[in-house]
Ligand binder design. Structure first.
Ligand SMILES: Cc1ncc(COP(=O)(O)O)c(C=O)c1O
Length: 391
């Protein structure tokens, strides 16, 4: 792996791939176009990385890029006082069919961490699944920004927190020595590519109401969950009892940017100050907001998600007949987790497939995006079949 020198690390080279188990092939300086076209997959030579490790590897979708250009046509006010931020916020109100408070931040870790900090005092705690991104992949951000609110993790099949798990955690202790549970955090779609359906969400809300808990949703793949369940954003959030949603645009076709949506507006009090203090108040906020408007006005937020989900389904179906390859979780959104022998994984790496093996309960994770092509998926299916036959 080629290492790029980065100032600030005392001259030490900084690895390009900083996650364990990234399993990325060597990047030989090849550049993917922003639209990873059918031709890319078909023409891939033996050295071309084939990106399915994450939906973060995809480029910017045309609708987002178009609105970025439109926003760039004229100057506008700074710090969210521009027309694009106002219009995108209203577009979210239309989408969610309610008068919610909307904020734009750069990334998901900040969105989750700042929301949890705003819902908790430092002596409170947040109940989440043991595989939750806030627990496993945010470098202690939620605890840091909340001045120490503790995450209390619970187990649960297929990446889901259950009402029973919440009940058990809340009632385990009621004494002054235990950080008082205040929030339930749910990831939708979950870290293992499953979703919470409406019934499951309502059951969680019931238990939350019983114990005076707020419900936060990490919607890194919220659009994919809406598409997978074929339910509206309103149904899947405030009507099912969600108080605050962190809605990812990054994974839905933007370059970067998450929308933080408070359905209970009282909870948004002073949130803009948190954003500013945490370095998440974009001065040129129009460039965060305008691409969102592109997704919302054109409907690309949903068509992108539907497409990504369909590609995941295609992959799962394409390997369903293989005895050596087992689907670990139901495919309900845009991720596919496969259990496969190590030599098979190595054969795929040798053919330049990128995938993670450290997320969730392990296994090989492939994630599809708005620009994943059927040809790319079919070539992966073919490579898996070929590797199984050669084993
Ligand atoms: C479930 C989940 N939540 C949140 C995030 C946001 O992370 P980031 O801070 O990298 O935008 C991710 C990104 O991979 C994720 O998978």
């Amino acid at each position: 792996m080629r290492l790029a020198a980065t100032a600030g690390w005392a001259g030490a080279p900084r690895p390009r791939h900083i996650f364990p188990g990234t399993d990325a092939p060597k990047n030989r300086g090849l550049r993917m176009s922003t639209t990873q076209s059918a031709a890319t997959a078909a023409d891939a030579d033996a050295n071309t990385p084939r990106f399915l490790a994450s939906d973060n590897t995809s480029g910017i979708c045309p609708e987002a890029m178009d609105y970025m250009h439109r926003a760039n046509a004229a100057d506008d006010l700074a710090y969210g006082n521009d027309r694009w931020t106002a219009e995108a916020s209203d577009a979210f109100r239309d989408l969610f069919e309610t008068d919610c408070e909307v904020f734009f931040v750069f990334n998901g870790t900040a969105a989750n961490s700042l929301v949890l900090a705003s819902l908790c005092q430092s002596y409170h705690s947040v109940i989440c699944h043991q595989l939750a991104h806030i627990e496993t992949d945010e470098c202690g951000g939620p605890e840091f920004f909340s001045n120490g609110s503790k995450l209390l993790t619970v187990p649960g099949d297929s990446g889901r927190v259950t009402p029973g798990g919440i009940e058990k955690t809340v009632t385990k202790r009621g004494d002054i020595h235990y950080p008082r549970p205040k929030v339930v955090s749910l990831t939708q779609a979950t870290e293992v590519g499953t979703v919470y359906d409406l019934e499951q969400l309502r059951a969680i809300r019931d238990v939350a109401d019983h114990h005076d808990l707020r419900v936060h949703m990490d919607g890194a793949r919220f659009a994919n969950a809406c598409a997978g369940l074929d339910v509206s954003p309103a149904e899947l959030t405030w009507r099912a009892g969600v108080d605050v949603l962190c809605f990812s645009g990054t994974k839905n076709g933007l370059a970067f940017g998450e929308a933080v949506i408070f359905f209970d507006k009282r909870l948004a009090l002073d949130f803009e100050y948190r954003c500013k203090q945490a370095g998440q108040l974009a001065s040129k906020m129009r460039y965060l907001a305008a691409p969102w408007l592109g997704l919302l006005e054109t409907g690309a937020w949903l068509s992108n998600a539907r497409h990504a989900n369909a590609m995941a389904r295609r992959l799962a179906d394409g390997v369903a007949d293989l005895a050596d390859v087992n689907l670990m979780f139901d495919v309900q959104a845009n991720s596919v987790f496969l259990e496969m022998p190590t030599p098979l994984q190595n054969a795929l790496r040798a053919r330049q497939w990128t995938f993670y093996t450290f997320i969730g309960e392990g296994g090989v994770r492939f994630v599809c995006s708005w620009n994943t092509t059927p040809e790319l998926i079919d070539s992966l299916i073919a490579d898996i079949h070929q590797a199984v036959a050669a084993a």
